[in-house]
Ligand binder design. Structure first.
Ligand SMILES: NC(=O)c1ccc[n+]([C@@H]2O[C@H](COP(=O)([O-])OP(=O)(O)OC[C@H]3O[C@@H](n4cnc5c(N)ncnc54)[C@H](O)[C@@H]3O)[C@@H](O)[C@H]2O)c1
Length: 256
């Protein structure tokens, strides 16, 4: 017989970086998990590590931008764990390009994964989340979600969209007991950040970007995971519609 669990949480982008760290942290806390990612091999690896922590884990490989894949993940989560009390929308992609350089393909895939993805998760998960007296939806945006990022027009536009989406969800579904919040990190030491640094052809190294952070370093994925876990937890019972700038002070003002 399945053990009774206080929380059942679905995480998109769970195979790597912030999603992976969130999954491992919640597994240690005894949460029932549904891990969703397009990278099936890496997903299996994370699911195995979470099971080693004693967590009940369902892994579902699929595309965060596909309505049917997301619907399937949500339905399987509810069927397997009996309920859904939280969602983390962490799947994301980052591609370079100002508006003159962006192709239709890059624009469309960036918006599809980063903005339509959280919308699809919300569309399918919210009816289940509203069945709980206290549930939570956390999306991962970026410091690029509240200000522009030179050379990353599609990424920044998509991340601004996520902030708007979450604010609307806070208004629409707060009265039903669902809290919706968004975390906005600046650089986090994950494969995505490594890719962005490489994309700049060595023009800017990691130290260049770290000097622009008041705390002088990139975030660790576990630090973002801790903020997400807090927003999912009863300890954040009054947090709704919050835009959590987890950026080492990067957007606090002019620095350097
Ligand atoms: N790393 C940073 O510096 C940074 C900063 C701010 C915000 N973010 C945001 O944090 C989130 C997580 O990024 P990360 O740094 O952990 O990156 P990451 O590349 O380590 O992980 C992203 C995960 O998303 C998955 N993914 C991508 N497209 C997908 C799709 N179509 N369907 C399903 N899964 C898909 C990948 O397979 C990967 O496992 C992203 O939304 C990103 O934009 C990252």
């Amino acid at each position: 017989m399945a053990k009774a669990r206080a929380a059942s949480i679905l995480i998109s982008g769970a195979a790597s970086g912030i999603g992976r760290a969130t999954a491992l942290g919640l597994a240690k806390a005894g949460v029932a998990l549904t891990l969703f990612d397009r990278n099936a091999a890496m997903l299996l690896d994370v699911a195995g590590a979470c099971r080693q922590e004693g967590a009940d884990v369902l892994d579902v490989a699929g595309d965060a931008a596909s309505d049917s894949d997301v619907k399937t993940a949500v339905e399987r989560a509810v069927k397997t764990h009996g309920f859904l009390s939280g969602v983390v929308a962490a799947a994301g992609v980052a591609h370079k390009g100002d508006v003159t350089a962006l192709t239709d393909e890059i624009w469309n895939v960036t918006l599809a994964v980063n903005l339509t993805g959280p919308f699809l998760l919300a569309r399918h998960a919210v009816p289940h989340l509203l069945k709980n007296p206290a549930s939570a939806f956390v999306a991962v945006s970026s410091d690029s979600g509240i200000r522009g990022s030179r050379g990353y027009a599609a990424y920044s536009a998509s991340k601004h969209g996520v902030v708007g989406l979450i604010r609307c969800m806070a208004l629409d579904h707060g009265p039903g007991g669902l809290r919706s919040n968004v975390v906005c990190p600046s650089f986090v030491a994950t494969p995505m950040a490594d890719g962005l640094l490489k994309e700049n052809d060595g023009a800017y190294d990691r130290a260049f970007y770290e000097r622009r952070v008041p705390l002088g370093r990139f975030a660790r994925p576990e630090e973002v995971a801790d903020a997400i876990s807090h927003l999912l937890s009863p300890q954040a019972s009054y947090a709704n519609g919050m835009v959590y700038m987890l950026d080492g002070g990067t957007t606090a003002g002019t620095f350097g």
